[in-house]
Design a protein around this ligand. Structure first.
Ligand code: SAH
Ligand code: SF4
Length: 343
């Protein structure tokens, strides 16, 4: 039999908590006070620390709720200043986030699933398939445990950790709503990366037209993309028109992510095909130097190859950038998140 857990504070958009306050005959301001503790005091991790709550109320809350749906197990600091947080979920699985100091802001990278069903060949996160979706409450709690000392101000949020966010759309939607309304993160500071789930792209455009969308492309032609992403949710010929529609509806530039893999997708041929595919489409291309993954079958492109690829695109007026890889030494870089307890 599955173990039953008390609902956590952030579960289901704080609804059980709100209902409980009303039913227990507590003053409505107590609910708002508790939300303040949750959103503004991330260092507080249990009801006993709610200093302005009477002892009896703290105890009643403790009997009916868990303060968090996960516990921060470890925060590993890399020499580049980024930090990987490992969090234990209540069913024994693990979720990971990465906090990266940038110029003028901090970027937090969050996961949406435990494992991933897509299984891109260069990504460690999908090596063992999907274990389960994260709930919206677990995503809220994982963000809360990953906030820098400065809090949610000047924070950029990227949904680029473990899992395919648009395969967990309902929970993602609830979580993104809380990012705005609870944590106060501006929509323009949020980016969601998808491997190309078209139904999700359409819903995201309607629900969050001011947030940013990144799409993992990795190859300019279908045959090669299929080799790298055998269970890709869409083909390039459907994906590009869907993204053009997305741009027309939101006026937000799509970022294409392209991991540079030695001898696979990094030659002049692919550079040319990529230009042909994206010419006339106002978008950004973000090249990601391939990160090492355990037992990985691919190598990163040589520095000169990467430079040649970038120059080819720049000379043709493509809007191209190279992603700075952070967190590599602590297993926190793109594609590296995968705690062995999830296997
Ligand atoms: N599932 C989503 C979001 C998470 S992955 C997606 O695939 O878009 C975030 C980015 O890291 C994606 O662009 C992904 O393709 C890339 N990535 C995965 N493994 C990588 C690796 N070993 N090196 C570099 N980038 C990688
Ligand atoms: Fe899943 Fe994204 Fe990793 Fe592919 S790159 S396996 S879609 S997390």
């Amino acid at each position: 039999m599955e173990e039953a857990f008390l609902p956590s504070v952030s579960e289901e958009l704080f609804k059980p908590l709100e209902v409980w306050f009303a039913e227990a005959g507590e003053k409505p301001y107590r609910f708002r006070q508790l939300l303040d503790w949750y959103f503004k005091r991330p260092e507080v991790a249990n009801f006993q620390e709610l200093a302005n709550f009477p002892k009896a109320l703290r105890e009643k809350l403790e009997q009916n709720f868990a303060f968090l749906s996960l516990s921060l197990e470890e925060a590993k600091l890399a020499p580049d200043g980024s930090k990987k947080q490992t969090m234990l979920l209540r069913d024994g699985l693990v979720t990971e986030t990465v906090t990266m100091p940038m110029e003028g802001h901090t970027t937090v990278c969050l996961s949406t699933q435990v494992g991933c069903p897509v299984g891109c060949r260069f990504c460690f996160s999908g090596r063992h398939g999907l274990k389960r979706n994260l709930t919206a409450g677990e995503m809220c709690d994982s963000l809360r445990c990953s906030l820098p000392a400065s809090g949610a101000e000047s924070l950029n949020l990227v949904i680029m950790g473990m899992g395919e966010p648009f395969y967990n759309y309902e929970a993602l939607k609830k979580f993104l709503f809380i990012c705005k309304e609870g944590f106060g993160i501006g929509s323009r500071r949020v980016t969601v990366s998808t491997v190309g789930v078209i139904a999700g792209i359409e819903r995201f455009a309607a629900d969050f037209p001011q947030m940013n969308l990144a799409v993992s492309l990795h190859a300019p032609i279908e045959e090669l993309r299929k080799k790298l992403i055998p269970r890709a949710p869409s083909e390039i010929r459907e994906l590009i028109p869907a993204l053009k529609k997305y741009f027309a509806a939101t006026k937000r530039l799509v970022t294409f992510e392209y991991a540079m893999i030695k001898g696979v997708n990094d030659s002049a041929k692919e550079a040319k095909e990529l230009c042909a595919l994206l010419s006339g489409f106002d978008c950004k291309i973000n090249l990601i130097p391939l990160n090492d993954v355990p037992g990985g079958e691919f190598q990163p492109s040589a520095k000169e190859t990467l430079e040649r690829f970038v120059n080819y695109l720049k000379e043709r007026d493509m809007n191209v950038t190279v992603r700075k890889s952070l967190g590599g030494t602590v297993g926190g870089a793109c594609g590296q998140l995968a705690d062995k307890r999830n296997n």
